[in-house]
Design a protein around this ligand. Structure first.
Ligand SMILES: Cc1cc2nc3c(=O)[nH]c(=O)nc-3n(C[C@H](O)[C@H](O)[C@H](O)COP(=O)(O)OP(=O)(O)OC[C@H]3O[C@@H](n4cnc5c(N)ncnc54)[C@H](O)[C@@H]3O)c2cc1C
Length: 415
């Protein structure tokens, strides 16, 4: 088999990219280290900048059938439960042309897996890549068993702990000292709680927040509880444990406290990102997804950015194919690198600032609440740069949520 591309990593980024390249006629192999393709976790939010791409791929109807299309996103104060602001998602769909969708992570992953199988992606498991190198005609990867594989291009979608990233930068994941607990609850078990499945709700509180929304046509309630770990701040190794979860939400409103016993307690996700980098391409080796731009999840754009990366790359590849179908990979990778890193840098930086805003306490919390309550709920000027059509060429600097000094914390700037 003559390969056009190797994709390392079969997460949402790797599979969606392999699908995107294969559907335009390329021969693509995915190398996944795990013994089987799969995703751990619960819900994921897909904004219009992602559902637009799913529609282009012919996958949106299937995704909608698997998920829930909520009508509003509501932010509440986690201490007193009052509403701070909301996004009308019906109006959002009218503005951007595509819905805001919430879906189980494993449903999204298996949607892409089935799509890859349909178009004939070569899907390989138990393939742990240990090294990457440039070759005269492309790139080579070495696997843990010592064998090598080559292709004209290698896309490294190998996640937060990417091996390929070390070719470009000597850095480490940055700990936020925050940890996420997840859980799904059958809706039948939420009786007595103020749960409206037509809404994505986030309760923001001092050093913590709590998110819930419906999944699987409204059968399940997805919950995410995130808090700052005192043990992480004290430099202890054993941080983010369930006793810290309980303590972190002690002072929150009943609606939040009632959700905490339903979190999975045997697994938690310590939250890391990395400082943005603007160089993602090393010869014919390109970073994609969390390997290139792992964010804190406050913008709910991590998987979306990975899906956008693959779509942008494949659009450029399609536009740069010669008469016999040959790809000008150097031009395609240059076009990819000209547009994606700057957008993702803005998202990663804004997610950090957004996290600061969510977790404020004292006077700063009151100032934040006043600012959010004053926001016009039909004002989309600060979401256009994220939810608008994914750019294929560099964009102008977008407007950002105003930089407001809140007791020394500057929020909203992407710079
Ligand atoms: C609590 C939480 C909530 C989130 N919510 C959202 C949300 O609502 N919306 C959203 O868009 N994003 C969200 N995200 C972010 C999103 O989950 C990630 O950004 C996204 O899954 C990254 O996908 P990826 O394919 O780039 O990387 P990964 O999912 O990490 O996949 C990498 C794959 O590569 C494989 N791999 C790694 N190393 C190797 C190797 N050496 N050889 C072979 N294979 C390898 C791994 O096994 C894995 O399958 C959230 C994250 C968290 C923690």
């Amino acid at each position: 088999m003559t390969l056009d591309a190797i994709v390392v990593g079969g997460g949402i980024g790797g599979l969606s990219t392999a699908f995107a390249l294969t559907r335009i006629g390329l021969s693509v192999r995915v190398l996944e280290q795990a013994p089987a393709f799969g995703e751990v976790g619960a819900g994921i939010q897909l904004a219009p900048n992602c559902t637009r791409i799913l529609d282009d791929y012919g996958l949106l109807d299937e995704a909608k059938a698997l998920g829930v299309v909520p009508t509003a996103m509501v932010m509440r104060d986690a201490v007193d439960a009052t509403e701070l602001t909301r996004l009308d998602l019906v109006g959002l769909e009218r503005r951007y042309g595509f819905p805001y969708l919430v879906i189980h992570r494993s449903d999204l992953h298996s949607l892409f897996l089935r799509a890859c199988e349909r178009v004939g992606v070569d899907l390989v498991t138990d393939a742990h890549v240990t090294a990457y190198e440039k070759t005269a005609g492309g790139a080579r990867v070495t696997l843990a068993d010592g064998t090598t594989q080559e292709a004209p291009v290698v896309i490294a979608a190998d996640g937060l702990h990417s091996v390929a990233r070390a070719l470009l930068v000597d850095d480490e994941p940055v700990s936020s000292a925050y940890v996420a607990y997840r859980g799904t609850v059958p809706v039948a078990e939420t009786a007595g709680r103020p749960v409206d499945l037509s809404e994505v709700v986030v309760y923001v509180g001092p050093g913590c927040h709590f998110v819930h929304y419906g999944l699987r046509g409204g059968e399940l309630l997805n919950q995410v509880a995130v808090f700052e770990s005192p043990k992480a701040r004290a430099g202890e190794d054993d941080w983010g444990t369930p006793d810290e979860l309980d303590a972190a939400f002690d002072g929150t409103c009943a609606a939040v406290r009632d959700g905490i016993p339903h979190m999975w307690r045997d697994k938690w996700w310590r939250m890391y990102d990395r400082d943005p980098i603007l160089t993602w391409v090393h010869g014919r080796i390109a970073l994609l997804g969390d390997a290139a731009h792992p964010p804190l999840q406050y913008m709910a754009q991590g998987a979306i950015m990975a899906i956008e990366d693959g779509w942008v790359l494949s659009e450029h590849v399609a536009g740069l194919r010669g008469a016999r179908g040959e790809v000008d990979w150097d031009a395609a990778l240059a076009a990819y690198e000209a547009v994606r890193p700057e957008h993702c840098r803005r998202v990663v930086s804004t997610a950090r600032a957004w996290g600061e805003l969510w977790h404020l306490d004292g006077l700063a919390r009151e100032q934040r609440n006043a600012l959010l309550r004053g926001r016009d709920v039909h004002d989309y000027s600060y979401t256009d740069w994220v939810y608008g059509p994914t750019a294929l060429v560099p964009e102008d600097e977008p407007p950002m949520f105003p930089v407001v000094p809140l007791s020394g914390v500057e929020v909203g700037s992407a710079r």
